[in-house]
Design a binder for this molecule. Structure first.
Ligand code: XMP
Length: 516
């Protein structure tokens, strides 16, 4: 991806750390991309990066099938910083020695900076916490290198050869547990490499706008707007770039949360003046879903109908050439970028869109070099409201998978009201957004209660709130009892038709975040 920005290439040796490194570099306001570990020196030269960072990786450089870089990359004169496995790769290729050992070092370690710390560690306190995760370590540095830090277990915790602009640490500066990690990354980028911190939101927007204009020229673009963060930012960015050449289609399936559809229309039509097609398809969906109880069948019906409606609208417009998608950089990495098949990704995403026979649009993916936090920041900078920029993950099939069993308008309305209370109360309490996702679920049962002098027989509501980093695993949020009590009271008092409230205390696994 061309950005016109100084670029740091992160060579990915297969650890989970490469993405984190790329994000840390961007937090230091320098653009970064992840490339496969075996990128050739020639390719590196062609891409002309400002610097390279070697990521951590598997335990031993001596292991069968261990990933090795093209050693010529280290002699291009481009500054290189290696972390963990990266320091060992550097030592291996430049004539250092890595003795085999059975003693590893995992977790916190006290880092002791030696002498003046060299270029990379000068100014870092003599003793601080760092994060280690390795078994092997460098025994003798390569000729020309000096050792700039150690820990009790690792004699060479950092080394450098300033004359060749090569630097490395055995610890992981990219993880938050390393006290001065980000400072070290900034020292490398800003002072040693001399890369100016220009990857700011304003520049990201300008770069993207310019790229989009170049790509689409005078063509028309269509975009499916859902009200989620990614599609909203795509729409706002494209609108900034090409104005009226953009048409957004908002398929309102009637399964959104309270006031959400109105918000989408208010923001995009009234605030941004986007050419918006608002398809009110609630009736269509309710009749398609009537009597359907199987979660996967619900999903299929909702998805298929979405694309049917979308393509009806898209093909009714004249001269649309492009379809905009909210693909993010982690999707690109996960679908092949990492394995060195960056182009394979376009195909896999492309295949996800069920183009009807004879219909085709070229894809434009304006967010494909951005991380999620950057997408949110871009959204905020473009003037999208907080409710959209910080919207929680919300399933495409919407409330259909939170009304357990068959779906009716009455059940959706009950759930919407209870869910609005849950979201309002938890948002008020969770000011710094520690809880990953929270919502209400309407199960397909009724229970007996007593309100006033009356016996009731009505639906319960289940509150679900989870802490998570990526939705792959999750733990139920330890909400204070007072907060739970308040939500329970409010739901029962304010939502006619609910007589009981339960809190879901299941983690994932074994549960899932959603109930269906
Ligand atoms: P589960 O329930 O599988 O959910 O633990 C993990 C995350 O994915 C969201 N989710 C969906 N998102 N379509 C979506 O776009 C779906 O069908 C769907 N099902 C679950 C869920 O909200 C959670 O964030």
């Amino acid at each position: 991806m061309q950005t016109g920005q100084p670029t740091v290439l992160v060579l990915d040796f297969g650890a989970q750390y490469a993405q984190l490194i790329a994000r840390r570099v961007r937090e230091a306001r320098v653009y970064s991309e992840i490339v496969p570990f075996d990128i050739s020196a020639e390719e590196v030269r062609r891409r002309d990066p400002a610097a390279l960072i070697l990521s951590g990786g598997p335990a031993s450089v001596y292991a069968d099938g261990a990933p090795h870089m093209d050693p010529a990359v280290l002699t291009l004169g481009i500054p290189v910083l290696g972390f963990c496995y990266g320091i060992q790769e550097m030592a291996l290729h430049l004539g250092g020695d890595i003795p085999r050992t059975d003693i590893g070092e995992y977790g916190y370690a006290e880092l002791e900076v030696l002498g003046d710390g060299g270029e990379l560690l000068s100014g870092i306190p003599e003793r601080s916490q760092c994060w280690m995760s390795h078994r092997d370590s460098v025994g003798t540095p390569p000729p020309g290198f000096s050792v700039t830090a150690r820990t009790a277990t690792t004699a060479i915790a950092a080394m450098e050869d300033g004359s060749r602009r090569l630097y490395a640490t055995q610890f992981h500066p990219e993880v938050a547990h390393t006290e001065h990690g980000q400072e070290i990354i900034k020292r490398f980028l800003h002072d040693i490499v001399g890369a100016a911190p220009t990857w700011t939101m304003v520049n990201i927007i300008e770069d993207t706008v310019e790229r989009v204009r170049e790509q689409v020229g005078e063509d028309r673009v269509i975009c499916a707007l859902s009200g989620g963060v990614d599609s909203s930012v795509v729409a706002a960015l494209l609108h900034r770039a090409i104005g009226d050449q953009l048409t957004c289609v908002f398929v309102d399936h009637g399964l959104l949360r309270l006031d959400e559809a109105e918000e989408v229309v208010r923001v995009f039509r009234d605030q941004f003046h986007v050419d918006l097609v608002h398809v009110q398809a609630e009736e269509r969906y309710l009749s398609l879903l009537a009597g359907v109880t199987d979660p996967e069948l619900k999903r299929r019906i909702i998805g298929e109908e979405f694309w049917r409606i979308f393509f009806e609208e898209a093909t009714a417009l004249e001269g649309v050439k492009w379809l905009a998608q909210g693909t993010l950089y982690p999707d690109v990495i996960e679908s092949g970028g990492r394995a060195g098949k960056a182009t394979a990704k376009i195909k896999s995403h492309h295949n996800l869109i069920p183009f009807p026979d004879g219909v085709h649009f070229d894809l434009i993916e304006p967010l494909s070099n951005l991380f999620k936090d950057e997408v949110r920041a871009v959204g905020a900078e473009l003037g999208l409201p907080d409710e959209i920029v910080h919207r929680q993950p919300f399933p495409g099939p919407g409330l259909a998978v939170r009304v357990i069993g068959d779906i009716t308008r009455e059940k959706l309305d009950l759930l919407r009201k209870a869910d609005a209370i849950v979201r309002e109360e938890i948002a008020e309490w969770d000011r710094d957004r520690q809880v990953w996702q929270y919502f209400a679920v309407l199960p397909d049962i009724r229970s007996v209660g007593v309100m006033g002098d009356e016996r009731t027989y009505a639906h319960p509501i289940i509150i679900r709130a989870v802490a998570s980093a990526d939705a792959m695993t999750a733990d139920w949020a330890r909400l204070p009892h007072e907060l739970l009590a308040k939500m329970s009271n409010r739901i029962i008092n304010e939502v006619d038709g609910i007589n009981r409230v339960a809190y879901d205390i299941t983690s994932k696994p074994p549960g899932t975040i959603e109930w269906e």
